[in-house]
Design a protein around this ligand. Structure first.
Ligand SMILES: *Cc1c(COP(=O)(O)O)cnc(C)c1O
Length: 406
């Protein structure tokens, strides 16, 4: 079974892509990665089952230590999901009613729901069109005396403008909580996602670059006392057993997930390199057939290590949905991340953001489409995707023709 590409699709019973489809290209096929390491996974799962220890435990501790080091921070705190990591981070800072939390509007819902669930107000900031990430200038203008946290998102696998954001936050002593759910291993100036702010939030949702076999998340933390507080909060605020000084939540990581992730982590850099190769090849193939002049291709900022959780292009002139339908006919999987920016979501209508209030976020929501980029794709499959798009725009399909090895 392959994983369906969106949460909405996951709610449906039938996966939208399948390894049994020989033509076409799936948006994501988690089977290919699993098949390559299934012996190691089976051994790890059996070991956990034999141990009888299913919650937290040594596998989680190993993951916390290894991922903290990978993300260049001293402490890691595993939890039940990326969404919970965001929630726990805000809880650790005591954020609640009357507080404002700044974040980009163009992101996954969990970035905002964490603040909302605590009674705080999400304040939506527009994005920079070139990177899809939060615009530091608009961020600075949005700060008020009620601003209690800044949550930049490293969208699609590329770090936000952290140099500028850290400078803005430092001046006013506002904590930064990075939403690094899509960006494990991403770098700017050699510094990893999750190491810029006070806390970084990772997700192991199966579509992420380090995907578990279920839900999971982890907080990367610089300060030891803060890490201790997060550990307390993820376990009902209980210390010692059955004594509660604060009210926490249940957000522990399963040992089985940790064991699977410990098997996968040593492969992550190879998988990231394969994603980078795929992104480069897309760029070359699009240029060869002139599509780079029609489409908005993703750009990698200077001094950055983009880890390409998603390869997202812009389709101009309102033709995005028609292109998507055309590709679907050829069984080429795509997804729209995200069709509605958060400031325009119905559940946040009471915040009063009208149409056009964050124009760059709204334009991205209307123009973007994600193409298959997962590490195990073959060059031939990438060429199939590019040819499918070339056919839609009626441009010559000779991409890669001068390179028969593709
Ligand atoms: C996936 C994701 C989350 C939430 O992570 P879960 O593990 O699915 O709860 C939060 N923010 C962003 C940007 C994400 O992509």
């Amino acid at each position: 079974m392959s994983i369906a590409p969106s949460r909405q699709s996951l709610a449906a019973t039938a996966p939208v892509v399948s390894t049994t489809v020989t033509s076409g290209v799936p948006l994501l096929d988690v089977q290919r990665q699993y098949q390559a390491i299934r012996g190691e996974i089976a051994a790890a799962v059996t070991r956990v089952c034999d141990s009888g220890r299913f919650i937290l435990g040594p596998d989680c501790e190993q993951l916390e230590t290894a991922l903290a080091a990978y993300c260049q921070v001293p402490h890691g705190v595993a939890c039940a999901s990326g969404s919970d990591a965001l929630l726990l981070a805000l809880m650790a800072y005591g954020i609640g009613p009357g507080d404002e939390v700044l974040m980009p509007s163009y992101t996954f819902f969990a970035t905002a729901s964490a603040a909302w669930r605590l009674g705080a107000k999400p304040v939506f900031v527009d994005i920079e069109p070139a990177t899809f990430n939060i615009d530091p200038k608009h961020l600075e203008r949005s700060i008020t005396s009620a601003t209690k946290a800044i949550v930049p998102v490293h969208l699609f696998g590329q770090c936000a403008a952290m140099r500028e954001i850290v400078a803005i936050a430092k001046k006013r002593q506002i904590p930064i909580i990075e939403d690094a759910a899509q960006a494990v291993g991403a770098e700017l100036d050699g510094r990893r996602a999750g190491s810029w702010g006070e806390i970084g939030c990772l997700s192991f949702y199966p579509t992420k670059n380090l995907g578990g076999f279920g839900d999971g998340g982890l907080l990367t933390v610089k300060d030891q006392a803060l890490a201790g507080r997060l550990k307390l909060l993820r376990g009902h605020g209980m210390e010692p057993r059955y004594y509660h000084h604060v009210v926490g939540i249940n957000s522990r990581l399963d040992s089985l997930q940790a064991a699977v992730l410990n098997v996968k982590l040593p492969y992550l850099d190879d998988w990231t390199a394969a994603r980078q190769t795929n992104a480069r090849l897309y760029g070359e193939l699009f240029a060869e057939c002139g599509l780079d002049r029609i489409l908005g291709l993703p750009k990698e900022a200077a001094n950055s290590r983009h880890v390409w959780n998603q390869y997202v292009i812009r389709v101009p002139d309102g033709r995005r949905d028609a292109l998507r339908a055309h590709l679907a006919q050829q069984k080429i999987g795509t997804e729209i991340y995200y069709p509605v920016s958060l400031h325009r979501q119905e559940c946040f209508s009471s915040l009063g953001y009208g149409p056009g209030s964050l124009p760059h976020s709204e334009q991205a929501a209307n123009e973007t489409i994600a193409l298959p980029i997962f590490p195990e794709l073959s060059p031939a499959e990438l060429r199939t995707v590019v040819h499918g798009i070339a056919a839609f725009f009626g441009v010559s399909r000779h991409a890669g023709a001068n390179r028969p090895h593709l």
